[in-house]
Design a protein around this ligand. Sequence first.
Ligand SMILES: Nc1ncnc2c1ncn2[C@@H]1O[C@H](COP(=O)(O)OP(=O)(O)O)[C@@H](O)[C@H]1O
Ligand SMILES: [Mg+2]
Length: 372
Amino acid sequence: MARVNLQDVHKSFGKIEVIHGISCDIEDGEFIVLLGPSGCGKSTVLRMIAGLESVTSGEIFVGDTMVNQMEPADRDIAMVFQNYALYPHMSVFKNMAYGLKIRRMPKAEIEERVRRAAEILELTDYLDRKPRQLSGGQRQRVAMGRCIVREPKVFLFDEPLSNLDAKLRVQMRLELRNLHNKLKVTSIYVTHDQVEAMTLGDRLVVINEGCAEQIGSPLEVYEKPATVFVAGFIGSPAMNLFRVVVSEDGTRVMLPGGGILPLPERGCPEYRGKRVIIGLRPEHFSLAGEKDSTLDIAVNHVETLGADTLVHGLLNGESEMLTVRLSGIKSFAENQRLSLNFAPAHIHLFDPESEQRIVSGSGNEPQRAIIR
Ligand SMILES: Nc1ncnc2c1ncn2[C@@H]1O[C@H](COP(=O)(O)OP(=O)(O)O)[C@@H](O)[C@H]1O
Ligand SMILES: [Mg+2]
């Protein structure tokens, strides 16, 4: 096992820079997830760690060794790909043993390592089968087994579950996390799926266009998103984000269409009378009586999910669309006005130019908003 350390890593393909300086310290035994939309550079970062792409500038360390110039095979890293190409004519045992055999490991040791991995992966009864005689999930486990037997210092995963159907994906997610808890091998996992990221990662690196916008635990990233991008990317349905103006005394914001929302605690004195971007998560709204509500929406569209109801409506009847998540089954008519409250403690504010987080009330006791 080993720490992995990225120091100001850049990558250009020809004249185009796609990774703009990523630094990250991954601890020994940690499960870290690189999360971001398609094309943001996740695979490129992973491939640089594996040694499959050169590093344009910056340094990558595995343990205490700088590996920039090291061949992939010498890095003691195992990579699990999306397409877990197994050899169809070989048994499960041989598939798992193959990598060790070509490294000329003694037969008895190969046997022992494969048996141990098969036990961990619950594949012991399948060792004589061919891949076509296995389910998708079992094949995925064989692919994992091939990596485990090598006993690498680091595991790299590039969207390993994205070819599986939804149910299997959920099951494999749990299996991967359990496997990590057993093996405790430093793991770097790439995905564009935020649920996968939130459930698997000890920490997330949220990547946007080749930059790491935030590194933190799943909860930190949810509760204190560092940028507008992270705020909009983490959470489903997405956080409502719109431009507002802070009152002259810095304690409230004026909403589009005239509502007023009080800010938590000291407010936002640095931005008195200025524009900010406000972020309100759909799950932090609640229904209110007309008199003590802070805002209302004109219902546009309702999605009944069973456990929750999503309501999309126009904020204060104006042009801003707002999504609200209410627990349980609710039914509303189109254009019906809903009076709502929003707990100030859950307000997120961002600077409109830098798009960086300004203040966060998250974690404070929710207060009831009563000013209108
Ligand atoms: N071999 C390559 N040559 C040129 N551009 C590449 C190459 N590999 C990736 N890119 C570009 O780098 C960016 C990041 O790609 P990638 O790391 O695959 O993103 P992700 O894995 O997050 O979807 C994309 O714009 C992609 O087109
Ligand atoms: Mg990719």
